[in-house]
Design a protein around this ligand. Sequence first.
Ligand code: NAD
Length: 503
Amino acid sequence: MRIINHFLAVGDAPAPSRVAQVFNPSTGQVQAHVALGDAALLDRAVAAAQAAQPAWAATNPQRRARVMFEFKRLVEDNMQSLAELLASEHGKVVADAKGDIQRGLEVVEFACGIPHALKGEYTQGAGPGIDVFSMRQPIGIGAGITPFNFPAMIPMWMFGVAIACGNAFILKPSERNPSVPVRLAELMLEAGAPEGILQVVQGDKEMVDAILDHPAIGAVSFVGASDIANYVYQSGAAAGKRVQAMGGAKNHGIIMPDADMDRAVGDLIGAAFGSAGERCMALPVVVPVGEGTAERLINKLIPEILALNVGTSLDPDAHYGPVVTAQHKERVEGWITQCEAEGGQILIDGRNFTPQGLEGGFYVGPTLIDHVTPEMDSYHNEIFGPVLQIVRAPDFETALSLPSKHQYGNGVAIFTRNGHAAREFAARVNVGMVGINVPIPVPVAYHTFGGWKRSAFGDTNQHGMEGVRFWTKVKTVTARWPDKLEPDSSDRGGNAFVIPTMG
Ligand code: NAD
């Protein structure tokens, strides 16, 4: 069976001593094995990164940007094959896989502007003959540890910015869908990135721990479940690294009584069930405000949900495909059962769902549950499947408090025609990314992505200028050029034993 190996600069990767199965979630078949690396393998990657990085950092930013431009072109040329490969290992439909790649490419487009982003700051005449300037220098070697649900976008969020900033980058993708990251690394090499600047090490917890322990890796970016994000943040920070670690989510969509219900329902369906609900910016909770709103919402939702078409990731008519593994299917179905036991009223039940002829695949049917309350465990936790929970709220203040008090604070959306309500909501809600009549408010690449509370650990977001700050360190230079033509004792800065001031 095919082995998906590491992508290293130094010769062929050694034969793996451990492997994991890679499934096709649409059929349930094992389609490949992925190598699982260890600390010795990581040492090889780090040595190659150390050899390559100084020359890359010394390459002027415009030339580094040209590599990113070329990479973007190559990814676009290979879009169809990349999307099919991604879909076959993830289970999302091909059109959605293209969106995954495209959102990553938008960060690469941002990285094409790196000369501008790295310009630094300058103050002329901060004191007598004194100028002050700051420059941003690369960290050296950065690492990224990524989840299964965006196998192209999230790696590009990280390495797009890190590499443009002059770093070497080591990517540890999810072991569930490891092929696309390797293809991206091949295309970066083809685009002109020197060997060793982007490497892929495959693996599981053993490789993550090796990354967190490695003294030569200066910064680690992580995206995944919150408990693991917290572990990565704590361990990486204790080892002296810069760490940003994005975690899980439970995003709410608030439907105000004056919302355009047709549009809101269309948006909700896509945001709740697209990619089988396996998005950190999905909308798995809807909060209708007022009983009349709840009734109108449910009456419109039910026929739309019943009309959803679930099929293989290659089925062009499918709205969404399978979830990622058999274990995850079991977990999602377990949460539906738990929610029912806690008092939720199941309006549409997606358990034991099998599309015709696809008995082995990991499918969960679309599920709608009413009368969910904040006390329920199934509300408190991330389900990460095609399950929409309805939490009814009597008024705006209650609706505002639900996402604000939830343990997660990634995204939230409000649907309304009332500008004042939207403005109040955006200002007061305790969540990191807000949509106003926008169901999945993933910020564009030149803004920045990051949640609050248990959705993110560390204090720097992904991409935009926050990404540039994360992948660089600031050096500030204070320079004095005394006037040699007119020597003056005051040029020496007065009493050398007193802390210098510019006064
Ligand atoms: P995951 O946490 O299981 O895996 C993420 C990465 O951590 C993988 O590379 C995996 O190999 C590694 N890993 C797994 N177990 C580990 C352990 N015990 N110790 C160290 N490393 C470990 O996440 P997933 O299931 O691949 O992805 C889904 C999760 O990611 C969801 O919770 C989702 O909300 C979250 N997510 C968050 C964002 C965000 O930006 N906030 C974006 C996408 C996904």
